[in-house]
Write a protein that binds this ligand. Structure first.
Ligand code: OFO
Length: 171
């Protein structure tokens, strides 16, 4: 059976994943208002992914006889300085999630909770992929620059990345 300390820490992670889902949903809406359809679709997909990450934790806690708690999710910001600043914020949020997953892994290891260690491996791989994806997007934005056509090019680029991600998920 899972310890109370481990359960509480996993419930905290539920809050973080739920917040990520709401934050990305808010970003999708902002992008949509700017006419950035590709970016909006990308953020909608990211938001759904985060929701699934939250549910995965929820189901796991129940499976190991803990008590999964429905999180209180604070309202994310609705305004963003620019599309570049928005993606920088996504990257930073993903880094925060990665740190949190690493702390969970540390706790699970110190408690010899091998079931949770095994469960968390998936999140470690996922975070590595997510950080890599966001870094790639930020690098592309730097290459495109912020000239007059940049928003159009960035949006097209994000639509392509989104398409590739959807194809990956379908595999
Ligand atoms: Fe679930 O936080 Fe990223 O992927």
């Amino acid at each position: 059976m899972i310890s109370e300390k481990m359960t509480a820490a996993l419930n905290q992670q539920i809050v973080l994943e739920g917040y990520a889902s709401f934050l990305y949903l808010s970003m999708a809406s902002w992008c949509d208002k700017q006419g950035l359809e590709g970016c909006s679709q990308f953020m909608h997909r990211q938001s759904s992914e985060e929701w699934e990450h939250m549910l995965r934790l929820f189901r796991y806690i129940s499976e190991v006889d803990g008590h999964a708690l429905t999180p209180a999710i604070s309202q994310p910001p609705h305004e963003f300085e620019s599309v570049q600043a928005l993606f920088q914020q996504v990257y930073e949020h993903e880094q925060k999630v990665t740190n949190s997953i690493h702390k969970l892994m540390h706790l699970a290891t110190s408690e010899n909770d091998y079931a949770t260690v095994n469960f968390l491996q998936w999140y470690i791989a996922e975070q590595r992929e997510e950080e890599n994806l966001m870094r790639g997007i930020l690098d592309k934005m730097k290459l495109i620059g912020d000239g007059p056509q940049s928003l159009y090019l960035i949006d097209n680029e994000l639509a392509l990345i989104n398409k590739a991600e959807l194809a990956n998920e379908a595999k």
